[in-house]
Ligand binder design. Sequence first.
Ligand SMILES: [Mn+2]
Length: 276
Amino acid sequence: MIQSSVTVCLVPEIRGGPFVFWDDLEEGCRQARELGFDAIELYPRCAQAVDRARLKDVLSQYRLRLSAVATGAGYVLNRWHLCSEDESNRKRAYRFIADLIDLASDFGAPVILGSMKGFAERRAESKRVLARLEQTLDSLACRAAEQGVSLLLEPLNRYETNIINRLEEAFDLIASLGAGNVRILADLFHMNIEEDSICEAFKKCATALGYVHLVDSNRRPAGLGHINFADVGEVLRQVGFRGYVSAEALPYPDSRGAAARTMEVFRRDIAQGAAI
Ligand SMILES: [Mn+2]
């Protein structure tokens, strides 16, 4: 069964970013429950900033699961990433992610690698950078596997990175890893920019698909741009996708409105007809 999730961002400095609920974990969870979401996706400042006992209490109070832990703050706040030419920067990125893997393991949640994957600082060297990233990912994935955690590799569009822009590139990278606990996070906003066909990309990469970011072409909530969500829902059901579809969109017109609109589309186009 396809399950629903919604993002809760706990990093006020990045306000303006594409996250639905902000700042107040409990209020985000309360509204997520009220609107019928199964889970929240957490975007923390860092692992140390999360009070695990409180997170457990709040999730259980509102009968929500943790669908995933995002790592983007490591890049957005500190400019750390796994492809940096500066070794100490790379090490900090690795440590930041390893700490979040440890946090995620307490909740049985996967860890998202989006902007923290990084980019080739010199485009001409992207091949070498990718080869090194492959090794780093294998090491991180091994570590995650020991803690029962999976990694979600998220392709980002060309304006955000110059490596792994399309699902197929993530698919090939994952296939080259020794680790078996790395899957693709398909974000519809990025896919709308990069894929020849959103539905064909889902079909080609279905065996490695682990998670979906539900968002429209303009990064507003599903239904407020020009992505055809009936088609998306149909292809996800057709390929037998069973993971989370998580609202990662601008809080437009506001957090509550964005979450409510997403839930409407989720019920109408994504979950509808899914095997229960
Ligand atoms: Mn995303």
